[in-house]
Design a protein around this ligand. Structure first.
Ligand code: IPM
Ligand code: MN
Length: 369
């Protein structure tokens, strides 16, 4: 016997805090917002968006880069979708008032210790890479960057006046527990992929890296099927441009991951293509493009919205478990690229069909109807 009324499922609904931020942020957010509406309609779930001030724009409206009301909204949501923050005009402000400080506070307040930055070559874009095609066409790696500790957050730090002028210092510090929890993320990811983890450190010089290496080896004992290797960060930077397809999962600390993920980004042709997810144990994650706010091209409608769209796809899959919807969006993006459409950052031959940021959004939207 069936009970049709009881069987009727409530439509799934997810709360997203949108942080458009600065520079090109609002333009790419606009595109992403519209596309997500289409995807949710197509796949039968509801998305509730709430836009909040963050970064430079929050400095303008609220006097600080990360107002408490924004933090509260973030905590109450299922996921946070962030575009980009920062503008040179805030460089003169005291550090605690700068947009970047707001971003670091967001990361630490939500304990977003695991930053996942996938770098996968899109076949139709191999020509856009800074490297020769044959070096990049097999690249499919993930940078797993520790995001809430290391030199970004270590104490003591500061500036002091001495008899011989000023001295400034930061501390690169990790506890065993901090290394262990990020290493576990890397190994678990590798398990679903090509089963290789390369841990990047500077253990030939730094004590903190020595601990990093020891803890990583300990964690690897629980993942016998995963091949663990180690590289010093200077060598890893070289290997990323010498032979990037050797990597599967790169596990590294906050500062090294910041640098290496920018290098890895250029393998794909443009930093305008790279998405990321910043995750915690349980609680909402932040999904954001790897690129910055690009104030030099802001307001011109020429930015590439794809990194943010791919971040939205990661959000659908990781935060909401809407895997089909996420894959569908990724495929729509691939199709448009296959058809030759490019934002200006991706144009390297006259053969690409150059389109604006909003036009790129409209083309992808067509595929989702
Ligand atoms: C990144 C950015 C940030 C970082 C800046 C904006 C604080 O470069 O997310 O990679 O250094 O982590
Ligand atoms: Mn960076």
């Amino acid at each position: 016997m069936s009970f049709p009324l009881e069987k009727q499922e409530k439509m799934k609904s997810y709360k997203i805090t949108l942080l458009p931020g600065d520079g090109i942020g609002p333009e790419i957010t606009n595109v992403t917002h519209k596309i997500l509406e289409l995807v949710s309609r197509k796949f039968g779930f509801e998305l509730k968006f709430k836009e909040m001030p963050f970064g430079g724009s929050a400095i303008e409206t609220d006097g600080i880069p990360f107002p408490d009301k924004t933090l509260q909204e973030c905590k109450n949501s299922d996921a946070i979708l962030l575009a980009a923050i920062g503008d040179p005009k805030y460089d003169q402000l005291p550090r605690e008032k700068r947009p970047e400080t707001g971003l670091l506070k967001l990361r630490s307040s939500l304990d977003l210790f695991a930053n996942i930055r996938p770098v996968k070559i899109i076949p139709s874009l191999t020509k856009a890479s800074s490297l020769k095609e044959e070096f990049v066409n097999e690249v499919d790696l993930i940078v797993v960057r520790e995001l809430t500790s290391g030199i970004y957050f270590g104490e003591p730090k500061g500036r002091i006046k001495t008899e011989r002028g000023e001295r400034a210092f930061n501390t690169m510090s990790y506890t065993s527990e901090e290394v262990k929890r990020i290493a576990e993320i890397a190994f678990k990811l590798a398990k679903q992929r090509n089963k290789k983890v390369c841990s990047v450190d500077k253990a030939n010089v730094l004590d903190v890296s020595q601990l990093w290496r020891e803890e990583t080896i300990l964690v690897s004992n629980d993942f016998k099927e995963i091949e663990l290797s180690h590289q010093y960060v200077d060598n890893a930077a070289m290997q990323l441009v010498r032979n990037p397809s050797q990597f599967d999962v790169i596990l590294t600390s906050n500062l090294f991951g910041d640098i290496l993920s920018d290098i890895a980004a250029m393998l794909t042709g443009s930093i305008g293509m790279l998405p990321s997810a910043s995750l915690t144990k349980d609680g909402p994650g932040v999904f954001e493009p790897v690129h910055g706010s690009a104030p030099d091209i802001a307001g011109k409608d020429i930015a590439n919205p794809i990194a943010m769209l791919l971040s939205a796809a990661m959000m659908l899959k990781i935060a909401f478990n809407e895997t089909n919807a996420g894959n569908y969006l990724e495929n729509a993006i691939n199709e448009i690229l296959n058809e030759g459409y490019r934002t200006s950052d991706l144009i390297i031959t006259e053969t690409g069909k150059q389109v604006s940021c909003s036009k790129m959004g409209e083309l992808i939207a067509e595929k989702l109807k």
